[in-house]
Design a protein around this ligand. Structure first.
Ligand code: NDP
Length: 448
């Protein structure tokens, strides 16, 4: 698909000029613009009102210093971010990422994507993202706590249960959310649902840790069903071994698939017998060890160094669940060559534009992240509802709601792809469906 609409091409030039050195943000906007071409032709009113011009400019960007003291008593300084992208349909909502690669481009691409994703969930949540270039790897619990406390000391001025509700992302799990919540409560002197992904003893929702991975599988099942297939009996390659990857593996196995790979930023494991997910959980969630240690428990498995080899493994379905741009054009060609017919994204923007072209050229089924990984934020929305009601639902109740939401997201992608003449293009369907709700809300609220 090529971008040919003059109005959108001119806008893209403005994006490039106004956001220099931000390739990930530019990539995310370009992808959405390609999908919006037919909408522009059908809805001149939205052009007239400058809806798209406003949508590509974050409402607010906050960048702050995060000073903390390491275990040797040495002062350290990191940079903190919160980009509040769009609040047309609800309070800002989106995760916090702690990873050395974090910069303004990455946070902006994530916040932009989050706006459409949150709209797709059918829940009232605007889009935001935040984080820091802090690297939690190799840090002691005390260092993590001191960093989180310092980060929240600034962030707490900008968030609130009805204003902006952050959650976890790469490098921010239950431990970090606990420390962040404790510091927010201490400074603001209020116990509110200001973060999601909280521990169960202080307002967390059952099924939130599982939600992104489980939701990915529910979306995949629905997409496969619509195309005369199912997950049962399929061989699945998964990248990553964090929150999303672990629960995608667990649910895919429960639905009858055989998962043969998982990875971390050092390399990947291949287990022809199927990944033992309990071993991965123990290594990653409890002991915080590297994935290659899996071989200590399952010596017949293989370990290979490097991040891209995982896409050379023969599989029917690929679940990229690690990070952005982890599948490039070459990786996508390897997947297609080995018979992979379906890519469902657990990570945010894991496929480069070249990889997406390969999927379409080979008629592969492709589930874009903003639809297929929306189960996490949807369940965060359910956590907010439970906090507001001061009530908790059972695991099964949350899981049933999550499944319903994922089915409705697939149906929206399918409907809009057909309505705009691109049946089977769920990327276009997701972008258009997510856009329409936000655009109508922005139109109704006037030029703000
Ligand atoms: P985690 O921190 O729990 O796990 C991340 C995994 O990806 C780890 O195995 C990590 O390996 C690997 N990884 C991270 N960065 C890189 C890199 N640059 N190159 C190779 N591997 C890398 O994060 P999550 O599982 O929460 O998030 C994974 C993806 O899913 C992200 O794109 C995130 O934005 C997205 N996502 C997460 C949601 C959630 O609810 N958690 C919701 C929706 C999307 P290592 O340990 O070596 O760094």
């Amino acid at each position: 698909m090529k971008l040919t609409n003059k109005y959108l091409l001119d806008l893209l030039k403005i994006v490039e000029k106004r956001n220099p050195g931000e390739p990930e943000f530019f990539q995310a906007v370009t992808e959405v613009f390609m999908s919006l071409q037919p909408v522009i032709e059908k809805r001149p009113d939205l052009v007239e009102l400058g809806v798209i011009e406003r949508l590509i400019e974050p409402e607010r960007q906050i960048i702050f210093r995060v000073p903390w003291i390491d275990d040797n008593g040495k002062p350290q300084v990191n940079r903190g971010y919160r980009v509040q992208f769009n609040s047309a349909i609800g309070p800002y909502k989106g995760g916090l990422r702690f990873h050395p690669s974090v910069n303004v481009s990455i946070i902006k691409f994530l916040g932009f994507e989050q706006t459409f994703k949150n709209s797709l969930t059918t829940l009232p949540m605007g889009g935001a993202k935040g984080g820091s270039d802090f690297d939690p790897k190799g840090k002691s619990d005390n260092e993590i706590m001191r960093f989180c406390q310092s980060f929240m000391t600034e962030l707490c001025r900008h968030i609130g249960a009805d204003l902006d509700v952050p959650a976890g992302d790469i490098g921010v799990g239950a431990r970090e959310i606990g420390y962040l919540f404790g510091q927010y409560k201490r400074i603001r002197n209020e116990f509110t649902g200001v973060l999601t992904g909280k521990g169960l003893s202080f307002g967390g929702s059952l099924a939130r840790p599982e939600a992104t991975g489980y939701g990915l599988c529910y979306f995949t099942e629905e997409m496969l069903k619509a195309n005369g297939k199912c997950l049962k009996g399929q061989t699945v390659a998964i990248s990553g071994s964090g929150n999303v990857a672990i629960y995608a593996c667990e649910k895919a196995q429960a639905l009858g698939a055989k998962v043969v790979t998982m990875s971390d930023s050092n390399g990947y494991i291949y287990d022809a017998n199927g990944i033992n997910i309990e071993t991965v959980k123990q290594l990653k969630e409890v002991e915080r060890k590297r994935i290659k240690e899996y071989l200590n428990y399952h010596p017949t498995a293989e370990y290979h160094e490097g991040c891209h080899g995982v896409w050379t493994v023969k599989c029917d379905i690929a679940f990229p669940c690690a990070t952005q741009n982890e599948i490039n054009g070459e990786d996508a060609k390897n997947l297609a060559k080995n018979g992979c017919f379906c890519v469902c994204e657990g990570a945010n923007m894991p496929s480069t534009p070249e990889a997406i072209e390969v999927y379409f050229a080979n008629n592969m089924l492709y589930a874009p992240a903003k639809a297929s990984n929306a189960g996490g934020v949807a369940t965060s929305g359910l956590e907010m509802s439970q906090n507001a009601m001061r009530f908790t639902w059972t695991f099964e109740e949350v899981d049933v709601k999550l499944r319903k939401i994922m089915v409705s997201i697939f149906n929206a992608c399918d409907k809009y792809s057909k309505e705009y003449g691109m049946p089977g293009n769920y990327m276009a369907g997701a972008n258009i469906a997510g856009f329409m709700k936000v655009a109508e809300a922005m139109k109704a609220q006037g030029h703000v």
